[in-house]
Design a protein around this ligand. Structure first.
Ligand SMILES: [Zn+2]
Length: 590
């Protein structure tokens, strides 16, 4: 049924009759694809000279027929029929089948043994409403004054007269010579901490990465570190500027149903309570404890800051409704000719927000830019590179993937990274597309994070060959490098790069369409940006697949540490200084 729908969709698009035949006979289909792509070479499109690092010069061009294919993929995936591609919905079934059929048609091999899909075990946890948190003499209402949830797979969470300690930023970072937990035992206790990191607060370029957020500034890190320290509960004090989003985003993201991965120990090694405090709540509690919040915040940015017991106790109970289900990651590979066990990976998350009922009406979040545009980009490049390999096979294996549940916390990517089909040591690089520029071409390419890996140098050289410059993320304080699927691979040591142009060329996108029902496909999209960016990404892929070099991490980080354990022979590159830029903006996603 699903396959039939896929074929019909392709059949009725006049320019893809070739594609249809590839669904029926895969061998000749592959040849047809190759001929289609070959025919396109030399047409008016973006061409790139080869990079110096590659052993075999390579050029990837994106032709008009590539763009026609792209348009078919993006308009299909973003159509109402796909119901906003919500994990565990009918939209997931349609999307996953569409992807699997597309990979098969391209002649890609399954990435997971004999399967194109990898099951991702998810728990769906809904905390009870009407929570109340008692801190000292005051009791606060859940939602407006605080949020609390858990990822432990347990029915009830109880915090009773737990000691509360202010731990500054809650950071333990040996490479920055910083430990907010030094000499402190927080076992079973409640820790209160600030959002972001001391570099952002002080704007001191010598503290952490200055204004640019490090991973130590992300809320995910703060919960992880508190768990390593043995704390029972964490409350992060919300402030709009350092968080990068308002309280409404915190409340929405933490009060409702959330998905989580489930480990062998029912996530019991995580903290019991993952909480946030509204700034007013924090001020009230600090005042009651005879502490000056503003002064302590200042102190917390100073090296050698000592945690402060707050002389109040915390109490909170809530229960959880938990259901279990499996979602699917999808991936296919084009095996390399001489180094098949070394993988160069191109990825885009397939999931979006699904649909919901509002006032008796069904609202579908089609997620056309976020991230049907990226998935269509991966499929289009897969088609292009498969055709290229018919002429000259790539030395290394190319993997093309689409993972689930990115929007709910990089869950599919995290599961893949921790349960990889090949050792992470054999993964050469992971390139991630999350939101393409569907409008006109631009004379720059956006880069997220700075000074992390040598992939940034490849990006810069490839962009320069296109006559483009690299433009650094204008909002480094929002830490976008830590907020899309490539980060899950980076944490396992795999050099990774993010390609994101979420509304960069459309000033109204973030305000009116991002994560809203109006992120729809528009026939008026010119795809100039898609054409130049796919040429750039394809060229990088091609060079990585034919070169002998392994990209390396530069700046000291946990990613680099992990890689050096995985691949001790890998050369270590020097530390690269960063120059952060300042800009203020809301990022609606937490
Ligand atoms: Zn996205």
């Amino acid at each position: 049924m699903i396959i039939r729908q896929f074929i019909q969709k392709v059949c009725f698009t006049s320019s893809f009759t070739v594609r249809t035949s590839s669904l029926t006979t895969s061998k000749s289909g592959l040849m047809a694809f190759a001929l289609l792509a070959l025919a396109s070479i030399g047409s008016a499109s973006v061409a790139l000279p080869a990079l110096a690092q590659a052993d075999t010069p390579s050029t990837v061009t994106i032709s008009d027929s590539d763009l026609d294919l792209y348009r078919t993929h993006v308009s299909t995936l973003a159509s109402d029929k796909f119901e906003g591609r919500g994990p565990l919905s009918a939209g997931e079934t349609l999307t996953v089948n569409y992807l699997v059929e597309a990979y098969k048609a391209l002649g890609l091999k399954p990435a997971f043994g004999d399967s194109y899909t990898q099951p991702v075990p998810l728990a769906k946890i809904t905390p009870s409403g009407d929570m109340a948190l008692t801190l000292g003499q005051h009791t606060f209402a859940g939602g407006s004054a605080f949020t609390a949830r858990t990822q432990r797979i347990v029915k009830d969470i109880t915090l009773k007269n737990s000691d509360v300690i202010f731990v500054g930023y809650g950071i333990n970072a040996p490479e920055y010579n910083w430990n907010d937990y030094a000499g402190l035992d927080v076992k079973g206790k409640t820790v209160v901490m600030l959002v972001n990191d001391p570099g952002f607060a002080s704007k001191d370029p010598d503290l952490f990465q200055g204004n640019a957020m490090t991973y130590y500034g992300r809320w995910t890190y703060k919960y992880e570190e508190a768990a390593r320290q043995g704390a029972e509960a964490v409350f992060i004090v919300h402030e709009t500027m350092p968080a990068g989003y308002g309280w409404g985003v915190v409340e929405n993201s933490n009060s409702n149903t959330k998905f989580t991965l489930v480990d062998n120990n029912k996530n019991l090694s995580q903290v019991g309570v993952m909480g946030w405090l509204h700034l007013n709540t924090a001020r009230t509690v600090f005042e009651q404890a005879g502490l000056d919040y503003a002064a302590l915040k200042e102190q917390a940015t100073t090296p050698g800051f000592k945690p402060i017991p707050m002389k109040v106790k915390a109490s909170l109970t809530f229960s959880n409704t938990i259901t279990h289900a499996q979602s699917l990651n999808v991936a296919g590979v084009l095996p390399g000719a001489s180094a098949a066990d070394e993988w160069v990976m191109l990825h885009a998350h397939w999931d979006h927000l699904g649909k919901s009922e509002k006032n008796g009406k069904t609202v579908i979040y089609n997620g056309a830019v976020d991230n049907a545009s990226g998935v269509a980009g991966v499929l289009t490049l897969a088609n292009n590179l498969v055709a290229q390999s018919e002429q000259t096979p790539f030395e290394r294996t190319l993997m093309f993937s689409a993972f689930t549940a990115e929007e709910t916390g990089l869950l599919g990517a995290d599961h893949f990274a921790k349960n990889p089909p090949i050792p992470t040591a054999n993964m050469v690089a992971f390139l991630n597309i999350d939101g393409m520029n569907v409008n006109n071409a631009v004379d720059y390419i956006l880069q997220y994070g700075e000074g992390y890996s040598s992939l940034e140098d490849d990006l810069s050289a490839t962009a320069a060959a296109q006559g483009r410059s690299v433009k650094l993320d204008p909002r480094p304080q929002n830490g976008l490098f830590f907020r899309s699927d490539h980060f899950a691979l980076a944490r396992q040591g795999v050099p990774s790069l993010l390609f994101m142009s979420l509304g960069d060329t459309d000033p109204n996108f973030i305000a009116n369409r991002y994560h809203k029902a109006d992120d729809d496909y528009l026939p008026s999209w010119t795809l100039g940006g898609v054409q130049q960016d796919l040429a750039l990404i394809g060229t990088m892929m091609s060079n990585l697949a034919n070169g002998q070099q392994w990209p390396v991490w530069k700046r000291d980080s946990d990613f680099k540490k992990k890689r050096l354990i995985d691949r001790p022979e890998a050369p270590a590159a020097g530390l690269v200084e960063t120059a952060a830029e300042t800009a203020e903006s809301e990022a609606p996603k937490q």
